[in-house]
Design a protein around this ligand. Structure first.
Ligand code: SAH
Length: 213
């Protein structure tokens, strides 16, 4: 038995209590070892339902947030998914574990390189790119799903454009202190939009994001 197996099982219990019902999401969260994506001195806290610091003043998202966003994205096995904000690589690993073809963009090269090493070590085939994800990744568009894991001031047009018909965009939108999670489904002639309040992400910085360094 692994050192954190019991704690990971307890985390799954917490996620279910909080309303994560999608079995495929639960299974992926149970299979992927979050502690591998966390650095000292926080490794012991890997299975608390909380965001934790990573390099470059960024965070690995809270497990509930990862599970909820994934559940809302509702990716089918084999779906082509674009993630903006690789960070630790944990969210991308969850999607890869669910059988998605994952493309992920990170603006901090140092974080991207670490995540890339982890994907390799864990055997996940994830396509990675350094740079500003607010412009998307047009070469591989359209995507069945796009997930933005940093807080945007507005929805970047490029991301809506790069969605396939029936595709879904999950993105936190709001001010820097708190955001609503927007779930947008691209239909033939319109966008269907649902919003869930009460999330807090690090800022999305870029051409169609916040200014920053
Ligand atoms: N999905 C990550 C969450 C990391 S936090 C995880 O599971 O750990 C969000 C990340 O978005 C940060 O690493 C930040 O550097 C990155 N980011 C912010 N703005 C970005 C942009 N315009 N393009 C790509 N990455 C961005």
């Amino acid at each position: 038995m692994g050192r954190f197996d019991q704690e990971r099982r307890e985390m799954i219990g917490v996620l279910k209590e909080k309303g994560i019902t999608d079995e495929r999401v639960v299974q992926a969260m149970a299979n992927v070892e979050r502690h591998v994506f966390v650095n000292e001195p926080f490794v012991n806290r890997s299975y608390e339902d909380t965001a934790l610091p990573i390099e470059k003043s960024q965070t690995i998202s809270q497990p509930y947030t990862v599970a909820f966003m994934t559940q809302e994205l509702d990716p089918q096995p084999g779906a082509k998914i674009l993630e903006i904000g690789t960070g630790s690589g944990y969210q991308a690993a969850i999607l890869a574990e669910m059988g998605c073809r994952v493309f992920t963009i990170e603006r901090h090269m140092e974080l991207l390189l670490e995540a890339r090493k982890l994907f390799e070590r864990l055997g996940y085939r994830v396509a990675t790119r350094g740079g500003d994800g607010t412009v998307g990744w047009s070469e591989f568009a359209p995507y069945d799903g796009i997930i933005v894991t940093a807080a945007a001031p507005e929805v970047p047009d490029a991301l809506v454009k790069q969605l396939s018909e029936g595709g879904r965009l999950v993105i936190p939108v709001g001010d820097l202190d708190s955001q609503s999670l927007r779930v947008m489904t691209k239909l033939e002639d319109r966008l269907e939009i649902k919003e869930v309040r009460g999330f807090k992400f690090v800022p999305l910085i870029g051409k169609q994001g916040w200014n920053g360094k």
